[in-house]
Write a protein that binds this ligand. Structure first.
Ligand code: FAD
Length: 399
């Protein structure tokens, strides 16, 4: 098979890239290891994705936003940061941004669904995307003139450019010989949906407690009970996460109430619980000869600063702009200068927050008496420094 671009991985990033390149007179192959049944009806995976205003705009342009039911899109008005058992809170109000809310929350499986549906909508009219499901890429070879993928059934795909969107542990990136810095935090993040008695006022919480990190992502009320509803995130050492997963729904609800110091009143588990090991990944290079990475394959963020998919969309936007511009000018879309421009731009946008996230998690997981003092002092100082809080608000909106 001969195409212009072969995209490996039909997760949200791969699907969004295919959608943004469709209709530009380019032949695209999108290869996904899962069966089409799994990606056409993605299951709830616990993740509630905090989206910046910038990402909302990109999702509207790509036609995803209107495919999501309005009640499933919750406003994230403000955010607050808490430390230890103190009642002190650092508030980041939306007034520090130029918006009525800092961002939006949508379940990951609904984003995946919308991305798949958006691709399906253009599949027949544009006729430029070939979706190959149920097959893994097992070999990739590129040179100055061509890129070649081999699938597990022996099918060979020749392309001018290969883009890996196959998750943070990207096997395609490894096959291209690109090394990556990985950090295993030794902790797991448990995510689930809960209702609770006390209103969240659409404020997101990031609570660096002792022995655990908690987050609360405010969702629209439960449609059946009309109770306050949130995505609850509990980060604990991996062995403790395993024990929590074994609890009955009643015992888990009671445990969560205690962890949140009863600040939300009674809490009730209303979904399955999902566990994610925390490993952040930053590749040494984002591109190689006729090869580029996007999404988590380009930057595997720690979820605490809620930027993984937001960075994915930024990468999709920049890379597709570069490709379309080159194609319209009849230039090579696999040109090394084009790929290096994308790499430079994406690194500039992602590396500072990647490093900052690492620093924050390092500081706020240390629990010696001096570290506790430092944690407290930093939060109190930050509360008083408006430019600092404004920079967080700006980062959350994606401006
Ligand atoms: C708990 C948690 C909370 C998060 N919260 C946020 C948040 O608030 N805000 C935010 O912006 N981001 C958040 N993220 C990050 C976000 O979920 C990811 O950035 C995003 O889902 C990555 O999408 P992707 O398409 O790059 O990769 P993936 O979703 O991992 O998709 C990769 C696809 O490639 C396929 N694949 C893999 N290998 C191959 C192969 N060899 N051949 C063919 N196909 C292959 C896989 O089957 C998969 O479908 C969070 C993540 C976690 C874990």
């Amino acid at each position: 098979m001969n195409v212009d671009i072969a995209i490996v991985g039909a997760g949200p990033s791969g699907l969004c890239l295919a959608k943004s390149l469709s209709g530009q007179n380019l032949k695209i192959a999108l290869i996904e290891q899962q069966d089409e049944g799994a990606i056409s009806k993605p299951l709830f995976d616990g993740r509630e994705i905090a989206l910046t205003q910038q990402s909302a705009k990109t999702m509207k342009t790509l036609g995803l936003w209107d495919l999501i039911e309005p009640h499933a899109i919750s406003p994230l008005r403000d955010a607050k940061i808490l430390d230890g058992r103190s009642q002190f809170e650092m508030l980041i109000p939306h007034q520090l941004s130029h918006y009525q809310e800092l961002g939006w929350l949508i379940s990951n499986h609904l984003i995946r669904q919308a991305a798949y549906d958006a691709v399906q909508k253009v599949l027949t009219p544009n006729g430029d995307i070939t979706l190959i499901c149920g097959h893994k890429v097992v070999k990739v070879k590129t040179d100055e003139t061509n890129a070649k993928l081999t699938l597990d059934d022996g099918l060979e795909i020749n392309a001018k450019l290969v883009v890996a969107a196959d998750n943070r542990f990207s096997t395609t990136r490894r096959m291209m010989g690109i090394a990556a810095d990985m950090h295993d935090f030794g902790r797991n993040m448990l995510v689930c949906c809960m209702t609770h008695d006390v209103s969240h006022d659409h404020i997101a919480w990031e609570w660096f407690d002792y022995g655990q990190t908690l987050a609360l992502l405010p969702m629209n009320p439960d449609l059946i009970s009309n109770h306050y509803r949130s995505s609850v995130v509990i980060t604990v050492p991996s062995d403790e996460a395993e024990e929590l997963m074994k609890l009955s729904p009643e015992a888990f609800s009671k445990n969560a109430k205690e962890r949140f110091g009863s600040r939300l009143g009674e809490m009730n588990l209303i979904s399955s619980i999902h566990s994610y090991p925390l490993v952040s990944v930053y590749p040494k290079r984002l591109v190689s000869t006729r090869f580029a990475t996007v999404g988590d394959a380009a930057v595997g963020m720690h979820p605490v600063t809620a930027h993984g998919f937001n960075f994915g969309l930024l990468g999709v936007k920049k890379l597709s702009e570069e490709i379309v511009t080159a194609h319209k000018a009849a230039r090579d879309i696999g040109d090394q200068a084009l790929l290096l421009r994308y790499q430079r731009s994406h690194r500039l946008k992602t590396k500072p927050l990647f490093l900052m996230t690492r620093l924050i998690t390092d500081i706020y997981t240390k629990e010696s008496p001096p570290a506790k003092l430092l944690r407290k002092a930093l939060l109190h100082i930050s509360e008083r420094v408006t430019p600092f809080k404004r920079s967080i608000a700006t980062s959350l909106t994606g401006r």
